[in-house]
Design a protein around this ligand. Sequence first.
Ligand code: ADP
Ligand code: MG
Length: 677
Amino acid sequence: MMSEQVTEIKGVGEIAAENLASMNIHTIADLLFYFPYRYDVYEIKPLSELIHDDKVTIEGRVIHDPSLTFYGRKKSRLSFSVEVEGVAIKAVMFNRAFAKKQIQADNIVTLTGKWDAHRLQITVSHYSLGPIDDQKSINPVYSLKGDFTNIKLKKLIRTALQTYSGDIKEILPDSYLQSYKLPNRKDAVSTMHFPKDRIALKHARRRFTYEEFLLFQLKMQLLRKLKRESTSGNTQYYDSTKVQEFIGDFPFALTNAQQKSLQQILADLKSPFRMNRLLQGDVGSGKTAVAAIGLYASITAGKQGALMVPTEILAEQHYQSLKELFGDRATIVLLTGSVKGKKRKEILATIENKDADIVVGTHALIQDEVIFHDLGFAIVDEQHRFGVEQRRILRDKGLNPDVLFMTATPIPRTLAITAFGDMDVSVIDEMPVGRKEIETLWVKENTFERILNFIENRVAEGEQAYVISPLIEESDKLDIQNAVDLFHQLQEYFPPEVKVGLMHGRLPAAEKDGVMKEFAANDIQVLVSTTVVEVGVNVPNATIMVIYDAERFGLSQLHQLRGRVGRGSKQSYCILIAEPKSEVGKERMRIMTETTNGFELSEQDLQLRGPGDFFGKKQSGVPEFKVADMIHDYRALETARNDAQKIIESNQLNNTEEFYPLKEFLEQQFSFEDKLD
Ligand code: ADP
Ligand code: MG
């Protein structure tokens, strides 16, 4: 039985079991599925092609029995020579006294180790007896803990396979194995540990890559289904005619991508299940417009709506633009930390007695004192700025309200379908017509005068600029000092009619607001700022974004900053000042200058950073796979996703015999109930 403890294997005592436990190996199944983390592939090359100091593999005949010398405590050195291509090569091996018995004159051996071309000597790290064959040329390497060696672990796995391989049951339907040409589970396990050749290994890995993705996708989609079904009964009967009239009053026509996302959102509102949707779209792609229509629909169904955003400035801006869009169609209130005293009491009362239809606000929205009369639709903007708990509290302000998350940080599709596999995803991948593409330049610091000159000329034409000040790692205080210095420097440089403003995180909220308002009104033409302007502020007249130390930022953050300009009809510019030392840094600058499409950029960012880093360490939500690699195996991921969808939609786990083993396996592996928060 696969669930038996490893101690059932002959020769595994308490100490070995403890060692194994430290590697998270407890049962036979754990052991058999403890796959190597890499494979060393040995390839024999002629002596003339061996490179000094490289790791090489040679095959030769042992000329004389090895001599063994001991030194220090427990240290030994084994020396012998082998004949390769008629040349005598010296071989040394440290601390492997036991090998003396195995390596004998006239035998053929294969040696791998560091090559010394001057002395014709190899320092052996791995050896095998006999000539190399395919099997020996691939050496699986396990990640080890305790005093287990690779050889010892392999031996143990071999023993376990002999006794238990019959218990490795197939879980994938036969038809899948056939059509994808995958080896069966038992053979694949054995190949992972003892590959016959590279091709067999490739197929075994392909099998487990697919298996891992499929299991994960099935899990996510089952979860999604359970979540939906547990919230049935919240249909919002909105008034389509009114919604169409509302859209008709917009000063623009929706883009196709906006239309499509809107239809998906409206369908969720109407459905008896709770909406759990992520709306992705570049800055300025028109997410807020779509969200507003959704909010309006919910209001016509007699509900209240909420829009939660991460900063006060943003809250204010959304509040203003929603008021403009809605006119007298709805009562909209603003709730932030700076709304205080009597005013706050009044607003809280309107939320509770339903005089307010829509509440726009910051974290203030999720305080205990906020009580909705009937919250039907909650929207979280820049969702990654909020924690899971905060999002949950907002959701709990209503009775199963529909929830829409918005993000302007496009998430690569591969990540979206893994990290957000239990959500529905809408994408606005098209910009409103008439926007000019932002021109992005990458320059060195010594061009600063020219940049200032350029800014001065644009300002003379009535335009405005952001200058993001240099960044000092992990020092908020020094960052601010930099911003202040730069502010003074620019003030001195520009003639008095060019007004320079300063913005940083430590300014009191009211002052920040003041500066932002002056900038929005073009009373300030050049705004020096730390990265606090990153999120959401909208000043269409600003056409220049200068970013100091651009190499210190990730691609998505640079893209966010760039999104502050290009919001009007004029040509905008993003100037990256950077002297990156690393190749990755240079690559980032290059990508920035070559693409303005957030989705394309995010795919490239993922390639550069890897899945673990993409969201930052904290709330990654990206699962760890043993064999699969989300980036390289994205095709398998897509396939598994589609298969999982088909399986769940047609309920094959319950009605098709081929799928029963898969169902049973899923039930053993995952407990779904505790995931339904
Ligand atoms: P996001 O929230 O995605 O950053 P917004 O919804 O704030 O984008 O839209 C950015 C700007 O573009 C706003 O001024 C908005 O009025 C305008 N806008 C939105 N949709 C369209 C459209 N289809 N055509 C023209 N302008 C649009
Ligand atoms: Mg927005």
